[in-house]
Design a protein around this ligand. Structure first.
Ligand SMILES: Cc1cc2nc3c(=O)[nH]c(=O)nc-3n(C[C@H](O)[C@H](O)[C@H](O)COP(=O)(O)O)c2cc1C
Length: 214
């Protein structure tokens, strides 16, 4: 049974662009067949604790003497990694908060990015290699090519680095920009551009849900 892991991290519970877009992807993906199932993780409503111990960043064989993490924290990490490995496709809602990702999503990243377990280090182990992951980035301003703001996007590049470069996942990025144009009067001239960005994001997600059918 093909399985989607659907992760949200927005603190906006009523009017979230990333939540709407990840839900659209999940809804479309589930249409691929009656067997397509979804596991939903809401990192804002059910936040993970911060990584309890630096030792959890390393596979047990790479830990040095005295590094003995709390078994409960280790079990939690194992469950999170198993959930990720079990998925055929992953979609992650990643809003921009202060030029970075929400701390809830960062905590999840800290659990799953483990040297020697999910990241090849002393062996070729890379259990997530090739697994499709769709990053849905929502941001109030614009950071695209030509905006002059590209270097200030500390959301997509680190996610691509961790999930794609380091863990070998097959990353697609969908971006909805200028979401604040409807809220902030001074940004009203950018409403049309923001609406077009959202429309294009929706279209790309529907297409991706069809092609990443697993
Ligand atoms: C705590 C917080 C920090 C934010 N920081 C930024 C920022 O640095 N740059 C930006 O373009 N938008 C920023 N925004 C706006 C959000 O990126 C925007 O509202 C986006 O749509 C949030 O995603 P969501 O709609 O899925 O909740 C911030 C919003 C919040 C709540």
């Amino acid at each position: 049974m093909p399985q989607l892991l659907h992760i949200d991290s927005s603190a906006e519970l009523h009017n979230s662009t990333s939540r709407d877009l990840t839900a659209l992807f999940a809804q479309q993906w589930s249409k691929n067949s009656p067997d397509h199932t979804t596991v939903t993780v809401d990192l804002h409503r059910d936040p993970l604790p911060h990584l309890a111990d630096a030792a959890l960043h390393y596979a047990p064989r790479l830990r040095v003497d005295g590094e003995i993490p709390d078994p409960a924290a280790e079990a939690l990490q194992a469950r999170i990694i198993e959930q990720l490995i079990a998925a055929d496709v992953v979609v992650i809602g990643a809003p921009m908060y202060n030029w970075s990702i929400p701390s809830t999503l960062k905590a999840w990243i800290d659990y799953v990015h483990v040297l020697g377990t999910t990241v090849p280090f002393d062996t070729r182990t890379q259990p997530l290699a090739g697994k499709p992951v769709v990053i849905v980035s929502s941001r109030g301003n614009t950071y695209g090519p030509g905006s002059g703001n590209e270097a200030n996007d500390h959301t997509v590049p680190p996610l691509v680095q961790v999930l794609g470069v380091s863990m070998g996942m097959d990353v697609s990025v969908i971006t909805a920009e200028l979401t604040l144009a409807h809220r902030i009067p001074a940004m009203a001239p950018l409403i049309e551009q923001g609406d077009e960005s959202l429309r294009a994001a929706r279209e790309s997600l529907v297409e991706l849900a069809r092609t990443l059918r697993a």
